[in-house]
Design a protein around this ligand. Structure first.
Ligand SMILES: Cc1cc2nc3c(=O)[nH]c(=O)nc-3n(C[C@H](O)[C@H](O)[C@H](O)COP(=O)(O)O)c2cc1C
Length: 373
């Protein structure tokens, strides 16, 4: 019965892969448990751009391109989330005494709507990685105490969590944080000044628990740790016509200032960079992004990804990777230029993700996930 199913899988896949190739090492029961834990992996705006196929000896992870956000340059955010999922699977397997081998074929940039990004096989013999204990409790913490620095030894410990070739963590020097924060503010503001990106943001927002439960994805406002009244303001600006008028009165500027203030008051601001702006590098970067986040969780730190700056630097520096609205192109070039002058540590490298760390309470409500499928 299973064998027939496997054959059907193979025949229907352009890459001909099946996760069931080695029936001797049946890890089916473990696979269920591994996925339950690993699918808590983070993704940009909780879009979960993945499809996972289970087998008796492993899993296949596919990229569901239909979930890509229009503002994502070359799928950089999606590959970050996919990398985080792959690392989570490897770690969850280690927690069950399994060694996971990841084969990541070069992601294909063609018409395949569900390209394979990782073929992961489980075999007995893995030792638990200490980070696997933190997969379930990792979360995004957006509310942090202002101006409470994180000690250098903790920052070093986070940077040491990196395992993949070509991936690096740098910390923004204290004397530069204000300027970088102002740049984050300007990048954040851009998103609310363009109808297409305003729409993408609202498509991913869930204003009630019912809405969040119906889709199992997106940003449930209850998880965002917003000050009282802010969710109602966001709801009011759902219509682009209102936001456009609001922007004339300083709405987008206000959002940018808020983002800048948050970054300026962080315990530390980190930057993950990779060698090349290609899917393989971003996947590796995503794997290590998850490790750094889990290490922060292990150390009792709050962690908040800040993607707006690296996204718009991507628009400015890699115009072939994204169709930017025409009036945005010059602005993103300027953002990229300012970024390069402020972050010499990233010179010759591709900035993939920025993040804040510090001290703050976990959100009272956990983000949801779509069923495994
Ligand atoms: C690639 C990536 C980019 C993200 N960018 C942001 C961001 O710019 N701002 C933010 O508040 N959260 C950001 N997040 C956090 C996600 O919104 C969050 O992981 C997701 O909603 C699931 O929630 P959880 O992390 O609490 O499980 C990002 C996460 C990832 C993986």
């Amino acid at each position: 019965m299973n064998g027939n199913l496997e054959k059907k899988f193979d025949a229907s896949r352009p890459d001909g892969r099946s996760p069931n190739a080695n029936p001797e090492a049946d890890t089916g029961a473990d696979t269920e448990a591994i996925l339950q834990t690993a699918l808590r992996a983070p993704s940009a705006e909780n879009t979960q751009p993945w499809r996972v196929e289970r087998g008796r000896t492993g899993v296949l992870v596919r990229y569901d391109r239909s979930r890509r956000m229009p503002s994502d340059p070359g799928g950089m955010l999606d590959y970050t989330g996919l990398g985080a999922l792959i690392e989570s699977i490897v770690l969850a397997a280690s927690g069950r005494g399994l060694l996971a081998t990841v084969e990541a074929p070069p992601p294909r940039d063609d018409d395949d709507r569900l390209p394979l990004v990782a073929d992961i096989r489980f075999a007995p013999g893995g030792a638990p990685d200490p980070l696997c204990e933190f997969l379930a409790s990792r979360c995004t913490t957006r509310r942090m105490a202002a101006d409470k620095p994180v000690p250098g030894d903790l920052l070093e410990s986070m940077a040491r969590a990196v395992r993949q070739p070509g991936v690096r963590i740098d910390w923004i020097p204290a004397g530069r944080v204000r300027d970088v924060a102002a740049l984050v503010g300007d990048a954040t503001r851009l998103r609310f000044e363009h109808a297409e990106y305003h729409r993408e943001f609202y498509e991913n927002l869930r204003f009630t628990r019912d809405e969040a439960e119906r889709t199992g994805d997106g940003l449930d406002v209850a998880t965002l740790q917003l000050p009282p009244g802010v969710a109602s303001v966001m709801r009011f600006f759902r219509k682009w016509s209102r936001t456009r008028v609001g922007n004339l009165l300083g709405y987008s500027r206000g959002i940018g200032s808020h983002a800048a203030k948050e970054v300026a008051g962080s315990g530390a601001v980190g930057m993950l960079t990779v060698e090349e702006p290609d899917p393989g590098s971003f996947l590796r970067g995503g794997r290590d992004f998850q490790r750094v986040w889990l290490e922060a969780t292990r150390l009792g730190l709050a962690f908040h990804p800040v993607a707006g700056l690296t996204v718009f630097v991507g628009h400015g520096e890699r115009p072939d990777a994204i169709e930017s609205p025409p009036d945005l192109i010059e602005k993103t070039r300027q953002i990229a230029g300012r970024f390069r002058s402020l972050a010499p540590a990233a010179s010759g490298r591709t900035p993939q993700m920025m993040f804040r760390v510090g001290y703050g309470p976990r959100p009272a409500v956990a983000s949801l996930r779509r069923p495994i499928g």
